[in-house]
Design a binder for this molecule. Structure first.
Ligand code: EPU
Length: 419
């Protein structure tokens, strides 16, 4: 198993290119199942989760061609199985995204329940209940969601909780249903909007994506198209924190700063000078130590839970005290124990972390527990005194494309070694 070794204290100053968004590419690849012909998806990030999705589609019989730039051509016409096995779903919960497209287009699906997760219980009841309301017959048996439907019917779906993949799954299913579906309390994340744009280009009739009510008028067929995935706002935010935590300067290109308003405000509050253009953002800390900032996570457009861990690392070495409140997932503080191993001063109380900034962190071996937690440990390692060893980095490879190369480009001293 690989690990990352980071020598703290290197000055950070550089420019990098942001990759396509993992959390948009995953539903868009699932949406290729809905097409009558081949689809070409570009700006796909080179990540383990993408490989897992391709394995999943490939096992179903979807014909996939990938070029050297990781443009993925996906032709669902050769599909022969409608099955998502436990061994793949357990490694990537987003596999549940094939459920809606399979039932809507092929009238059947057998998708494993995802099971446990390091950041909270993460049920999929909203996905299942929504499809049932659209007329699917669903049994949960032997750990699998077994779904059947002739043709799904439009329905009014009121989501109890704002769910990103729940909204995406039901929007994909509704695109081919008979009649109109309303999704109330829909997720407003930019990745939901990107999927809607892709579906609209395929011929779907969708209104209101990006607001909390999405109306989908079902159509009979969707066509294969070419689509370019939007940039990754969480990768962008993570590298902005890399600049902020180290007192450095970064410029990030091929991104969309308008998707990061809540994060940018917090970085400015921490003392960063931020400049933006349509497709770039730069941060300059002018050598200063960041100031502590309070964070309250909530669905978009509020502060993203996927940036919470990185701000825990920032606050750990900031001047002053802060409270970080996680409201989206019930157990997304696994990084705190590891940050404490590096010398962070944190007290936990339920979903709140009270952090008193220290002037110095000290290197230690630490262990990644989930994707964003791993990123926070790498960031902390960049400012810890000595060599921090981050173990179990397969988590990081699920969501950050070539993280060590990009950080090296910014000036960090980081290397990957095989255990
Ligand atoms: N929830 C339910 N029932 C459901 C679905 C969700 O109660 O049927 C609850 C969850 O337990 C959670 C809340 O709703 O408390 C929000 O979860 P959501 O469904 O929005 O999460 P998700 O769709 O499984 C996506 C991202 C996550 C990101 C969350 C929140 C993808 C593939 N994943 O997950 O990304 O944290 O939205 O923004 O889009 C990551 O990239 O590191 C990551 C975990």
């Amino acid at each position: 198993m690989d690990k990352l070794i980071i020598t703290g204290g290197a000055p950070i100053n550089g420019e990098i290119r942001i990759s396509g968004a993992k959390n948009a590419a995953l539903p868009i690849l699932a949406a290729t199942l809905l097409a009558e012909g081949p689809m070409k998806v570009s700006n796909v990030p080179h990540l383990q989760d993408i490989t897992t999705t391709m394995e999943l589609l490939g096992e179903m019989g979807v014909h996939l061609v990938v070029d050297e730039k990781l443009n993925i051509e996906s032709d669902p016409r050769s599909i022969k199985s409608f099955y998502a096995p436990y061994n793949l779903v357990k490694t990537m919960r987003a596999s549940i995204l094939v459920l809606g497209p399979l039932v809507a287009k092929y009238g059947r699906a057998e998708v494993s329940l995802p099971g446990g997760c390091a950041i909270g219980s993460r049920p999929v009841n909203l996905h299942v209940d929504g499809l049932k309301q659209m007329g699917a017959e669903i049994d949960i048996e032997n750990g699998y969601i077994k779904a059947k439907a002739k043709r799904l019917k439009g329905a009014k779906l009121i989501m109890d909780v704002v769910s990103v993949t729940g909204t995406e799954n039901l929007m994909m299913a509704a695109a081919l249903a008979k009649g109109t579906t309303l999704i109330e309390n829909a997720a407003r994340e930019p990745e939901v909007v990107d999927l809607a744009k892709c579906l609209i280009k395929m011929g779907a009739k969708i209104h209101g994506a990006g607001t909390s009510t999405i109306a989908i008028e079902g159509v009979d067929q969707l066509k294969g198209i070419e689509y370019e995935v939007l940039p990754d706002r969480i990768e962008t935010g993570t590298y902005l924190v890399a600049g902020a935590i180290s007192g450095g300067r970064v410029k990030l290109k091929d991104t969309r700063p308008d998707m990061l308003d809540a994060v940018i405000v917090k970085l400015q509050e921490a003392g960063a000078i931020i400049e933006t253009g349509d497709d770039w953002v730069s941060l300059d800390m002018q050598g200063n130590r960041p100031r502590a900032v309070d964070i309250h996570t909530a669905p978009y457009p509020a502060f993203p839970t996927d940036m919470q861990a990185q701000f825990c690392a920032l606050n750990a070495i900031a001047e002053g005290s802060s409270v970080i409140r996680e409201t989206v997932f019930e157990n997304r503080f696994m990084h705190i124990n590891e940050l404490q191993r590096l010398g962070a001063n944190v007290r936990m109380e339920g979903n709140n972390a009270f952090i008193r900034g220290v002037s110095k962190l000290k290197a230690a071996p630490v262990m990644a527990t989930d994707l964003r937690a791993s990123a926070s440990l790498v960031l902390a390692g960049m400012v810890a005194h000595g060599d921090t060893e981050v173990q179990r980095i397969y988590h990081i490879d699920r969501g950050y494309e070539r993280i060590e190369e990009k950080l090296q480009q910014l000036g960090a001293i980081i290397r990957r070694v095989a255990d």
